[in-house]
Design a protein around this ligand. Structure first.
Ligand code: P6P
Length: 351
């Protein structure tokens, strides 16, 4: 019954009242809800107002930049700058950290991929916004890049917005994960996925298998195991081209998403600060797991804002299974390849 529905704002107030987080985080997460409403509207009508297509340049990480990438970034930067609570913003679409506010109240840092999976916009497939929020660490009058270079285990809040068949906002401030679905007739995010728990295991996996030949033999063995129909465990591949959509599916239904390193890009494609770390924060809070295949994502030191890392994320059992293939020390469990071959061939992993 809609009259008793819990809106995002009410949920944030409840969490804040139970002293789960400071009022500033409620304000910032409410702001993300506003951004999500604006982007829901603009993404859904982009084809009608000439907002699809490329802008011509590439962004700081070499990705082709879409008009919607630039627009989404502008919406995020302006919306969070107006709060007076954000000292600096690190974005996939900005070469450098944008220093925003020098007021004493500006104690937070926003790290964001404003429009993840933007290549999907041309075909009206799912896209997302990823965000992570840190407290400032430097004491200077203004924020600085150093404030953004914190490991994911220092995040105070993180989440994402999925623009799919519905718009869903998922967030955690460090003790649970909740999801809200936008009711466009009310303009409100309504609690629809309370206290999300990631299934410990699952039968779905997400990866771009066109890179199979570029992966090390240990990752290839993992993929071969998942595709082996002679065993009693049959897995299905689901890959959308949008990290947010694939991770959201793993979070709700169980499954694993992986984007390993290759010979040419040993750290893979995905960016640690504003893609992997915020999603790892959410998935771990829901009982899942996120690593490079070797090391916990949230413990990785972050030396540059566009730093990349391999990623395997999702159900605990499936991430452990992946790690059992790529970690020499855990390799006795499933892999048929012998230690010498594995040790000599592994790319982007650990021994
Ligand atoms: P590929 C989108 O560019 C993104 O960052 C993720 O959202 C997505 O999972 C991945 O890259 C897709 O990369 O190499 O499969 O096209």
């Amino acid at each position: 019954m809609i009259a008793t529905a819990t809106t995002l704002n009410h949920h944030l107030w409840q969490q804040q009242r139970e002293s789960k987080h400071p009022i500033e985080l409620s304000i910032l997460l409410t702001r993300m809800g506003f951004v999500a409403k604006v982007l829901t509207r603009e993404i859904s009508r982009a084809a009608l107002v000439g907002k699809l297509g490329l802008v011509g340049e590439k962004n700081a990480t070499g990705d082709a930049q879409k008009k919607l990438d630039v627009f989404s970034n502008e919406v995020v930067v302006s919306a969070f700058s107006e709060t007076g609570l954000v000292a600096a913003i690190a974005s996939e679409e900005l070469d450098q950290v944008q220093l925003v506010e020098c007021g004493s109240e500006a104690q937070y840092i926003l790290c964001t991929d404003p429009l993840d999976g933007s290549s999907n916009t041309e075909s009206s497939a799912a896209v997302g916004t990823i965000f992570g929020i840190y407290r400032r660490t430097t004491g200077g009058r203004c924020g600085s890049e150093a404030d953004a270079l914190q490991p994911g285990n220092k995040l105070v809040a993180a989440g994402y917005v999925l623009y799919g068949t519905s718009t869903v906002l998922v967030y955690s401030t460090g003790d649970r994960v909740d999801g809200f679905t936008l009711d466009p007739t009310l303009g409100e995010f309504i609690l629809s996925h309370e206290n999300i728990r990631c299934p410990e295991d699952g039968k779905l996996y997400s990866a771009n298998l066109s890179y199979y030949q570029d992966w090390g033999t240990r990752v290839q063995s993992f993929v071969d195991y998942l595709g082996d129909r002679t065993t009693d465990s049959s897995y299905s591949l689901r890959y959308s081209g949008a990290l947010v959509a694939d991770v959201h599916r793993c979070l709700l239904e169980g499954g694993v998403y992986f984007y390993p390193g290759t010979q040419d890009q040993q750290d893979g494609k995905l960016r640690l600060l504003y893609e992997n770390a915020p999603l790892a924060f959410v998935v771990e809070q829901a009982g899942g797991k996120a690593s490079t295949g070797c090391d916990r994502i949230l413990d990785l030191p972050i030396e540059s804002i566009h730093q990349r890392s391999p990623l395997v994320i999702g159900s605990l059992e499936l991430v452990d299974l992946y790690e059992s293939f790529v970690q020499k020390s855990k390799q006795t469990r499933y892999s048929s390849i012998d230690e010498e071959e594995a040790a000599s061939m592994y790319v982007g992993g650990c021994n």
